[in-house]
Design a binder for this molecule. Structure first.
Ligand code: SF4
Ligand code: SF4
Length: 189
């Protein structure tokens, strides 16, 4: 995080956001450990809600579309059914551009998403639930999903700005090692 960043600053430049992910990686995990050890979940959720409600409206997803270029959305059987219907193709034909992933879901084989045209989703009305809910920040229990949040820090400007602002919202000292010798994966909620 830029130490000169003020809470009201919003970074929209995706190149800067993307380039910030690797240098911020360790600190992002350290902050997650700080939250897990020091701040009650509902208090974190309330602060995330406040920041999300301020940050999200300031970011125009139609001018970004970066998640559609970098994320493989998970599609359930219901999503596939709806997408195929919306595209007026058979389910079998739709599935030709997908691959199987966990829990009976599929995702597209290619990136950027084949449904993306000039930052716009061509199946917006029928898009998968995973796309509708991304970046998954307006849900309770932020810490439970915070591994994904950190993994998407360099992809989504909403996540990037929210997480940086969250760091400024508590008495977090980045000079203190909150992880210690513990594998960060052990902090998974
Ligand atoms: S289906 Fe639409 S919203 Fe989802 S990743 Fe593809 S282009 Fe983006
Ligand atoms: S959800 Fe994030 S990555 Fe996706 S379009 Fe909106 S700001 Fe960009």
């Amino acid at each position: 995080m830029d130490p000169t960043q003020k809470p009201q600053d919003i970074e929209l430049n995706i190149e800067i956001i993307s380039a910030s992910a690797e240098p911020a990686w360790d600190d992002n995990w350290n902050f997650r450990s700080y939250l897990l050890q020091n701040i009650a979940g509902p208090t974190v959720d309330q602060k995330v809600k406040e920041i999300y409600e301020d940050v999200a409206p300031k970011i125009d997803c139609t001018a970004c579309g970066n998640c559609c270029r970098e994320i493989y959305p998970l599609m359930t059987a219901d999503d596939v059914e709806r997408m195929a219907e919306g595209l007026k193709v058979t389910r079998k034909d739709f599935l030709k551009q997908t691959k199987s992933v966990d829990d009976g879901c599929v995702s597209f084989k290619s990136q950027p998403c084949p449904m993306l045209r000039e930052n716009k989703c061509t199946v917006y009305q029928f898009r998968p639930r995973d796309c509708r809910e991304y970046p998954h920040l307006d849900k309770p229990d932020f810490l439970a999903g915070s591994i994904g949040t950190i993994e998407n820090y360099g992809t989504c400007p909403i996540i990037f700005n929210l997480y940086n602002r969250l760091k400024l919202s508590f008495a977090y000292d980045p000079a203190i090692d909150y992880i210690g010798d513990t594998d960060p994966e052990l902090f998974t909620s």
